[in-house]
Design a protein around this ligand. Structure first.
Ligand SMILES: C[S@@+](CC[C@H](N)C(=O)[O-])C[C@H]1O[C@@H](n2cnc3c(N)ncnc32)[C@H](O)[C@@H]1O
Length: 312
């Protein structure tokens, strides 16, 4: 299978299959979701992932196996109960955010999944191929919840010469973001702050041309409130890239979207006009089947801050 893949993806696939041969079928299904020209675009992102992983491939694959196992356990709970395991920030803090080693493993695994899980990879391609080209050269971008930092890195290396700032509440996550940006020689291109985005800034509010928030809204108890509050940091015509999964159980996922369309409602309820959207079903599913059986769908919503700028 590796012979048919472009070089960087081939390298990552080969390393994962060597460590975890039983995973081959999942990777084959994932690759089948991409036409050849998208595989080449994804290979460019895989190049950045490989540069981040460096000589620590074993550690990153351990993280990838950890999130794959964690996801399966949570999926069993979700199928049994019809709900996510946790619903409050306190639970997520106790079980996930307060554990730096676990957060490190989580972010390592999530980084590798960006090019191995078709829904994550397609979300990234929606970001690089649809969202970033809409921004004016030199645009100021705020990313909330950068985690592994790949989103910041892709924005900072884009030809648009964007200025990037990012906030994350987790010290362990931010250390990964910082370390990864340093490895790519991008540390001076991105400003990082440890900040809980649910806490409204009373003073010193800066304005950005774009807000990027991917795989974060499901981590908070009141995502509409968070998005509406973050909208205040956007310029009048500022653009939003929101990535949020439906039916995607994890111990730190608190807000359950039961259908991809709820992602559109969420963004509209926060006061944004819808500009475009993409629904990416999880590996091995069509969108129709994922909807029917309530499998994970990664939803991308591109919005524009409403002209009134006042959230509902
Ligand atoms: C699942 S990771 C997402 C990483 C990356 N954006 C992606 O799309 O793969 C979620 C990140 O959001 C951060 N986060 C969660 N709640 C947050 C909040 N209220 N304010 C800021 N960051 C938050 C977490 O610490 C973590 O680094």
């Amino acid at each position: 299978m590796q012979e048919a893949l472009p070089p960087n993806l081939s390298h990552i696939h080969a390393a994962v299959i060597e460590a975890w041969p039983e995973h081959l079928a999942v990777l084959q299904k994932s690759i089948a979701a991409f036409p050849p020209e998208q595989l080449l675009q994804l290979d460019g992102i895989a190049d950045q992932v490989l540069r981040l992983v460096g000589s620590d491939m074993d550690r990153y694959i351990e993280g990838y196996r950890w999130i794959s196992r964690m996801q399966l356990e949570e999926e069993l709970h979700f199928r049994r109960t019809g709900d996510y395991r946790n619903s409050t920030f306190e639970q997520a803090w106790e079980q996930v955010y307060s554990k730096p080693e676990l957060m490190g493993l989580y972010m390592d695994g999530l980084l590798v999944s960006q090019v191995l899980w078709s829904n994550h990879a397609q979300t990234l391609l929606s970001f690089t191929e649809d969202f970033l080209p809409r921004l004016r050269p030199g645009a100021r971008i705020l990313e909330v919840g950068p985690g592994h930092g790949l989103g910041c890195a892709l924005a900072a290396t884009h030809s648009g010469n964007f200025q990037v700032e990012a906030w994350d509440l987790s010290d362990a996550s931010l250390r990964r973001t910082q370390q990864h940006l340093e490895q790519l020689d991008l540390a001076d291109r991105v400003t990082l702050h440890q900040r809980d985005a649910t806490i409204r800034l009373e003073a010193g509010m800066e304005r950005f041309d774009a807000l990027v928030i991917s795989e974060v809204l499901e981590h908070v108890e009141r995502p509409v409130e968070l998005l509406a509050s973050l909208a205040q940091h956007l310029t009048g015509e500022g653009l939003l890239f929101a990535g949020v999964p439906a039916n995607s159980p994890a111990p730190d996922h608190l807000y359950l979207l039961r259908d991809p369309d709820e992602a559109l409602t969420l963004v509209e309820d926060a006061g944004f006009e819808l500009v475009a959207h993409h629904f990416h079903p999880c590996t091995g599913y069509t969108l129709e089947r994922a909807r029917k059986v309530k499998a994970t769908v990664s939803c991308v919503v591109i919005g524009r801050r409403g002209s009134a700028g006042t959230p509902t």
